[in-house]
Write a protein that binds this ligand. Sequence first.
Ligand SMILES: [Zn+2]
Length: 257
Amino acid sequence: MSVSLDTLVGSERARASAASTAPALFERPGSSTPVADRIRSRLQAQGARFNANDNIHAYLREGELEALQEEVADKMSEVLRALVIDVDQDHNTQDTARRVAKMYVREVFGGRYREAPPVTEFPNVSQLNELMIIGPVTVRSACSHHLCPIMGKVWVGVMPNEHSELIGLSKYARLIDWIMSRPQIQEEAIDQVAELLQDKMQPDGIAIVMKADHFCMQWRGVKDGESKMTNSIMRGSFLKDSSLRREFLSLIDGARL
Ligand SMILES: [Zn+2]
């Protein structure tokens, strides 16, 4: 049950307003505090960042994602009403808020809320120390600025050493999808991908190239359907060894970059 502050008087009003900011209330089961506020207060208490492309799974409790999805649906319905769309009469948009909330929370931004996909690392028993290239991996995301789709391809170069852990080919796509299923900025996305793969595999070097269409350039703004953004990140041996870097770039160029 929610009680409007307008219906309360004097000390009741003071108590209600104090309670609404007291951290203890956020943790009370069945509290009418919005679930987004409860999660946010936990993040803030830990000094954790919760930018659009951060994963906040560790701060969610059992059942909260379902509640969050409902909350987003309510707010999305208000957005549609603010756009003066008749969500009560228009059969096409009656369920739109619910669908968009599900799409955001479970699908296109799901990488903010779910745990990292499980990945088994294998010891590098045959002591591979040759350049490995994985890709193109198809990536789908949305820009943090307009929430417009980003669709593209990623290539990954790995230079393993005898102590590196290796991961199965399909796992690259899963890990990359987990990073990309968040509102992203392409430069930050490839940095996060490099960080994650470096952490999982501990190779001598890692190289990432991403080429993507940004629909905020095509659907709105300059409406330029041709422009793509390509960026790269080179770490470790790819940074130090220019012939390794050239080898990687020439091989993926052959793969029709
Ligand atoms: Zn944009």
